[in-house]
Design a protein around this ligand. Structure first.
Ligand code: FAD
Length: 300
């Protein structure tokens, strides 16, 4: 068993400093996102994921978040992973959970189940609206946040979008609903991946102006593959700085170059975020340790 799983408020209230002969700086809280592997009948991919996390453990992550398949498609597998992260790796897992198309009973059962495992934190999401008919008990993440806070002893994180959610009619409207999630009890915001730090800084500033006063943890994607980047960013609104995308495009068939460029870019991005005083860095690991390790070696 993990000695003591911490909730989000305890994690992000921690002040830890990096010192060297020139400066003293706050050390960001490190966290990772992983996903349950697909087509893994014999469990090999899950064993590989546990190996990758074993490597990443040396950077003392405070959390490992585990994504949730649309409509609960991988619910059992994600519970297995959560349990292994906690019991084998002795790390603090944070399951994601999407409420759209779930009944109230479904949600209650899931929450009871993870609480029984000793889980302290959950990332509460709406999820993408499915095609066709679906259960409409919960239509927004804010309703899930309220439901969790009303009867469960869990710290709640929510999603935030520095470049706005793709269904939103405006940046202001999206911030209004983000504030609503926080008013309903969200403790921390994890952002959508982004590559332009200025978008994140403006977002944080507007959130503060609107009275959103919980930590806003930037989501960092180490780019190692050009086509994968295009695929991932086609699903959400994300600006890729011209100088970065031009170089990636030009060298798209050179995997080593792309990987090095992606790691250098993410390291630069993280350094700038640390200098600006972010409380944490949340890495979209894509279930691989090597690129994240190189970035952390560069910045810590
Ligand atoms: P909401 O907060 O409900 O917002 C959705 C849209 O509705 C926004 O445009 C918002 O402005 C608007 N809105 C919110 N509340 C209201 C209201 N009361 N009235 C009117 N409009 C409102 N997806 C998965 O399937 N599995 C995952 O594990 C997963 N993990 C994620 C992790 C992170 C960090 C992020 C950023 C996203 C993740 N997603 C995941 C994607 C997410 O499910 C989608 O972006 C989804 O479309 C919106 O979810 P949400 O929780 O942001 O929704």
């Amino acid at each position: 068993m993990v000695e003591q799983l911490k909730n989000l408020n305890d994690i992000y209230s921690k002040e830890d400093y990096i010192e060297n002969m020139f400066f003293t700086q706050r050390r960001p809280i490190i966290s990772y996102e992983v996903f349950p592997p697909k087509n893994d009948q014999n469990g090999d991919k899950l064993n590989n994921l546990i190996q990758e996390l074993t490597v990443l453990k040396k950077y003392n992550p405070s959390l490992v978040s585990v994504t949730y398949g649309a409509g609960g498609s991988n619910r059992e597998q994600s519970v297995d992973i959560i349990q292994r992260i906690k019991d084998e790796l002795k790390l603090n897992p944070m399951p994601h959970f999407t409420c759209v198309s779930c009944s109230e009973k479904d949600i209650k059962d899931y929450l009871t189940n993870i609480e029984r495992l000793g889980i302290k934190n959950i990332l509460a999401l709406r999820g993408d609206i499915p095609d066709g008919e679906f259960c409409r008990d919960f239509l927004h993440a804010s309703e899930l946040v309220e439901f969790i806070k009303d009867g469960h002893d869990l710290s709640v994180a929510v999603a935030g979008y520095p470049e706005t959610h793709n269904e939103s009619c405006s940046f202001e409207d999206d911030i209004k609903w983000l504030k609503y999630k926080v008013d309903k009890g969200a403790d921390v915001i994890y952002t959508q991946l982004f590559f332009d730090n200025n978008k994140y800084f403006s977002f944080v500033e507007v959130c503060a102006d609107e009275g959103i006063n919980v930590p806003i943890i930037p989501g960092i994607l180490p780019v190692t593959n050009y086509n994968q980047l295009l695929k991932m960013t086609s699903l959400c609104k994300v600006t890729i700085p011209k100088v970065f995308i031009d170089k990636l495009e030009k060298h798209k068939d050179d995997r080593d170059y792309t990987r090095k460029l992606g790691i250098d870019f993410a390291s630069y991005q993280c350094r700038q975020l640390i200098d600006a005083g972010v409380k944490g860095l949340h890495f979209y690991t894509l279930n691989k340790s090597d690129a994240v390790c190189e970035i952390l070696e560069n910045i810590l």
